[in-house]
Design a protein around this ligand. Structure first.
Ligand SMILES: Cc1ncc(COP(=O)(O)O)c(C=O)c1O
Length: 398
């Protein structure tokens, strides 16, 4: 019998889902996403402490950068102390300046917009696609066509007179957005593409890693991500000159010299400490195993949703998701809130999408295109527990 997908989740189905979560993760409390340290983390940390190189100098930083560059297929990777700092620096080296505007999505974590604001630039919010929950190429094109004029190959906002310096789409919950189409539109309008790939390490479009479509992209290794360094981030790019500049700016703009303290501009102390990079090197060794296990968990949620008529959010055709956070779409806000209340009361951590950025005080005055789909999704989408379960740990190092 085929079950119709309605988004309605009955109390019985909710209980069955909680049973499934307990079967995967064991008894409550079940967190949304917890880190896993089952590889060489302790060994590498101890070695790093014993070496005394725990801070801003050390071989683990270079090794972690090399590993991320290799994994994402980008020529260069520059480690930073978190993903927000990485995005701040990526935008700066991409040429974004105070007074510029940056097109992004309102459906994102606040860090995306904070990084834009640190420069003194302002976000403009366009809508997302219903299936990817990432920036919609159609909405981007529509907004640019209706709201900008070209001056010497540069897109200018007709209303504010500001330059549209960059576009920052985000791969929501690790589901790749239509990034190739977005890259084409950015090229057509002379706008620099910077991908916020904080959530999408291990997600691909075809055989290209997310974050390899833009001029630059950034990753996060916060404690809730697929892999963690405690706190950490990375800029990735194929552009050697931008990579060198990002490295220089994130390391206090110090000019290399055996003993002189020469800094040739205002720099930032954004470098990832060697201690955190040691954790990152060990986590990279288990990353392929984590991605396999996360795909298996997604398959169990998928089967459950098919059986109970629920909408499980899948990557679009041709894309591969890391399933950082699995998500379902319920019928309406009421269904969402009932589900959130019940599951959390049972010790199963589920969460709604973030509040839209244009609803936060800091970004209330930013221009939007109405954000119809973003608002629709916020009412309905819920994340389910998505960590690698303890009983699967042995598969990480197998
Ligand atoms: C979409 C998005 N952008 C940026 C960040 C910022 O990363 P971090 O917390 O490492 O500063 C995060 C995660 O926290 C994120 O989810």
């Amino acid at each position: 019998m085929r079950v119709r997908i309605t988004g309605i989740i009955t109390p019985r189905a909710t209980d069955a889902l909680i049973d499934l979560v307990h079967d995967i993760y064991g008894p409550s409390p079940v967190p949304l996403h917890r880190p896993v340290f089952e590889g060489n983390e302790r060994r590498y940390l101890t070695e790093t402490i014993d070496s005394n190189f725990v801070s801003s100098v050390g071989a683990r930083v270079t090794e972690f950068e090399r590993r991320i560059a290799g994994f994402t297929g980008c020529k260069r990777a520059i480690a930073t102390m978190n993903g927000t700092a990485a995005l701040h620096m990526a935008l700066l080296v991409a040429g974004v300046r105070a007074g510029d505007e940056v097109v992004s999505q309102a459906l994102t974590f606040v860090a995306t917009c904070n990084a834009i604001s640190y420069i003194g630039a302002r976000p403009v919010f366009v809508d997302v696609d219903r299936d990817t929950m990432g920036m919609s190429p159609a909405a981007l094109r529509r907004w640019l066509e209706n709201n900008t004029r070209r001056e010497g190959g540069v897109a200018m906002n007709r209303e504010t007179g500001a330059r549209i310096a960059a576009c920052v789409p985000m791969h929501t919950f690790g589901l790749p957005c239509r990034i190739a189409e977005i890259a084409d539109i950015c090229a057509e309008f002379g706008i620099t593409l910077v991908e916020d790939a904080a959530e999408s390490l291990g997600s691909y479009v075809g055989d290209r890693h997310t974050g390899s479509f833009g001029k630059l992209a950034t990753l996060s290794f916060n404690g809730n991500k697929v892999i963690t360094t405690g706190g950490g981030g990375m800029i990735v790019t194929d552009d050697e000159a931008l990579a060198d500049r990002a490295k220089h700016l994130t390391t206090t703009a110090k000019v290399p010299h055996p003993w002189e303290f020469m800094h040739d501009e205002v720099g930032y102390n954004y470098r990832l400490p060697n201690l955190n990079a040691a954790l990152g090197c060990a986590q990279m060794e288990t990353l392929p195993g984590m991605l396999r296990i996360k795909a298996d968990i997604a398959a169990r949620y998928r089967a459950f949703c098919a059986e109970h008529g629920l909408h499980f959010i899948e990557p679009i055709e041709g894309a591969t998701a890391n399933f950082w956070l699995n998500a379902v779409r319920l019928e309406d806000r009421n269904a969402r809130d009932t589900f959130l209340e019940y599951t959390n009361a049972q010790g199963v951590m589920t969460r709604p999408i973030w509040r839209l950025m244009n609803e936060l005080a800091a970004f209330r005055d930013c221009q939007t295109d109405g954000l119809e789909i973003s608002r629709w999704l916020v009412e309905r989408v819920v994340n389910l527990p998505s960590s690698v379960p303890e009983k699967e740990f042995h598969r990480l190092t197998a």
